[in-house]
Ligand binder design. Structure first.
Ligand code: ADP
Ligand code: MG
Length: 613
């Protein structure tokens, strides 16, 4: 998992030391203009550009500026590390020469992970776990993957609040008392709020307590006087544990805040305030401030803020619980949708489990024609499939109810089908928002692929929204579980098939696999990026089959980013063996999604950050 916008650059070596960088350059012949990019160990998102000129190795810090752009101090900023290097290959812009030849990483070798990468990943997990009280490893993973860029920003500004070494508002004297209690290890330390509005580091050394003021500069970076600058306090502490960097010694033992240890997992202050609809005044701001998500209005809730993220109605696997008693269900007159089978109604499920007020909003699929056993069987099969699935990005079934008719009770996705939502909310959903939703769909589909289910009806009409930022795959009416050794499901007869969404092998050979779902995913992406447009509008299904055979494909919707169209085209690879699977498609979606999250947002003015007074 990488949110690093440089991770795709072949000359990016990740977290390698200065000495290793010089060795790489030397091995690659040291000609003038030979260069590589590596990770800066001091800043979240900073780099170092190493360049050879006349046999000398030069190293230039590339900083991530408060507005999200990147630049070598004193020269022009660019929107990303790739753009910066491209520019510097055309113009030296203050360097001794232009970048001429990239010093490449060994093929197949990913950029080396740094301390911060691992730390950041672990911290992200811990942060998600505590902030949203998630317990299930799978849920945590889903949350981290689907919102890593946003979470990193949220976390970086508040992470120190959760650290044992952070004591908040205590006096200098209290700090001294705490450090002098118990063990007297050199380097024992704590961080507290300083009177000046920033932080102070107090450290024990040779029985004396030393206090260092942590300064914050104009761009929000932290440093102890004359020392290196860091984006966050916790990064600084982490670094100072390894190197003294101007202190008497390395930081060693954490002087733990007992109040902190006893604290139950809770939302960090920042988020709690936002959730209550109150917008905190701009935090005395770090580099992260400009790119922090705007105050979270209803439409900006993360999926983890919604009840549908985890299974709200813990449904033990035994079949008795699979059935819901009629008296637990309250059915509304409101119809959410209808089809041949009957209709889907709004309702409430009364439960005593988990859910705080004991009520869960539900959607209830009600069979119209009970007597037709065929229809009933179909619904039972749909329920059986859904019962085996549990993923944040898939509509969960809560149970079946047999009463006046057979009813399938599902969690509610109240913003409705994706295609309709986009048709009526064109102006309020950005392309980035669509990328986020489609990435979630790819995560749900990846889960299905891993569990060996084929959906067979993936389309924008069957992607339901909890809200503008949270999508779930639904409608498992045609879905099949594959046998352990099967690569595809073979349909014996055709039916009312959504031909425009089907891959060639489905139509020609009745073969359905995750790869054919990938084809449908491409069409679903097309629908999404055309804001709910109808694919192959002027054709009927059977014409589409020939149209595809002749090598034609849907055109790029006008708002669709080039990279996303490329992925659609890959999904429409004729031969299923050459088509990407969902593991790959999700990877591509994720890379693109992270890359656009890292770009500066409109209105992020350089210099907007204010130092604390
Ligand atoms: P069909 O097999 O007829 O396509 P669907 O399962 O797609 O049946 O449901 C039909 C419609 O009912 C959907 O398009 C949607 O409007 C509504 N619906 C279904 N499930 C839900 C749900 N969980 N939450 C909200 N609306 C739903
Ligand atoms: Mg449907």
């Amino acid at each position: 998992m990488s949110t690093d916008p440089a991770s795709q650059l072949p000359f990016y070596h990740g977290s390698i030391s200065r000495r290793d960088a010089e060795r790489e350059l030397m091995l690659a012949d040291s000609a003038d203009g030979l260069f590589l990019l590596r990770q800066c160990q001091r800043s979240l998102g900073g780099y170092v550009l190493s360049l050879t000129y006349q046999g000398v190795f030069n190293h230039y810090p590339v900083e991530r500026l408060p507005n999200g752009t990147y630049g070598i101090p004193g020269s022009m900023p660019h929107c990303g590390p790739a753009e910066l290097c491209e520019f510097l290959s055309r113009e030296p812009d203050g360097l001794p020469c232009a970048l001429r030849r990239p010093c490449l990483r060994a093929p197949e070798q990913p950029p080396r992970k740094g301390l911060f990468d691992t730390l950041r990943e672990n911290l992200l997990r811990e942060y998600v776990k505590q902030t949203w009280s998630l317990e299930d490893a799978e849920d945590i993973e889903q949350a981290v993957i689907s919102h890593a860029p946003q979470l990193e920003k949220l976390m970086a500004t508040t992470a120190h609040e959760k650290m044992a070494w952070y004591h908040g508002k205590i006096s200098r004297q209290e700090g001294e008392r705490l450090l002098n209690t118990g063990s007297k290890t050199d380097g024992k330390f704590l961080v507290r709020d300083s009177e000046a509005g920033t932080f102070a580091l107090s450290m024990l050394y040779g029985k004396t307590v030393y206090h260092y003021r942590i300064n914050q500069d104009k761009s929000g970076k932290y440093s102890i006087p004359e020392g290196d600058r860091f984006d966050t306090v916790w990064q600084m502490v982490q670094y100072l544990k390894m190197k003294p960097a101007g202190l008497m010694t390395n930081l060693s033992e954490e002087c733990a805040n007992s109040a902190m240890a006893a604290k139950s997992p809770a939302l960090p202050a920042g988020r709690k305030e936002r959730l209550n609809g109150y917008t905190p005044p701009p935090r005395a701001t770090s580099f992260l401030k400009p790119s922090l998500p705007a105050p979270l209005a209803g439409s900006q809730l993360l999926p983890m803020d919604c009840s549908g993220f985890v299974n709200a109605y813990h449904n033990p696997k035994d079949l008795k619980k699979f059935f819901i008693n009629r008296d637990q269900l309250v059915m509304d007159e409101v119809e959410l949708g209808s089809g041949n089978f009957g209709c889907v109604k709004k309702g409430v499920l009364k439960t005593t489990e988990n859910n705080e007020n004991g009520q869960i909003d539900v959607a209830i699929k009600v069979l119209k024609n009970e007597n037709e056993s065929l229809v009933k069987d179909e619904m039972m099969r749909e329920a059986e499939i859904m019962h085996q699935l549990s993923n944040a990005y898939i509509v969960r079934m809560l149970g079946l109810c047999q009463a006046e008719s057979l009813m399938l009770v599902m969690e509610m996705a109240s913003a409705g089908p994706l295609n309709k939502f986009l048709q009526s909310n064109k102006s309020s959903v950005s392309v980035e928002g669509i990328v986020r939703l489609m990435h979630q769909v790819s995560m749900g589909m990846r889960y299905l692929e891993e569990k060996k289910f084929v959906h067979r009806d993936l389309a924008a009409r069957n992607v339901l929204l909890v809200n503008q930022n949270f999508a779930k795959i639904s409608d498992f009416g045609l879905s099949k579980a594959l046998g352990a050794d099967d690569r595809y499901y073979k349909a014996r007869t055709t039916g009312k098939w959504p031909l425009k969404w089907y891959a060639p092998e489905c139509i020609s050979f009745h073969k359905f696999s995750s790869k054919s779902d990938v084809w449908s995913f491409g069409v679903t992406m097309w629908e999404a990026f055309s804001y709910g447009g109808k694919p192959y509008r002027k054709m009927v299904g059977t014409q589409v089959v020939d149209y595809i055979k002749e090598g034609n494909r849907l055109e790029r919707p006008s708002q669709c980013p080039e990279q996303m169209y490329q992925l659609m085209m890959d999904c429409w690879t004729y031969n299923h063996e050459d088509r990407p699977d969902f593991q790959q498609a999700e990877g591509s979606m994720r890379t693109y999604y992270y890359s656009i999250c890292n770009q500066p947002q409109p209105g992020d003015e350089a210099g907007a950050a204010q130092p604390i007074k």
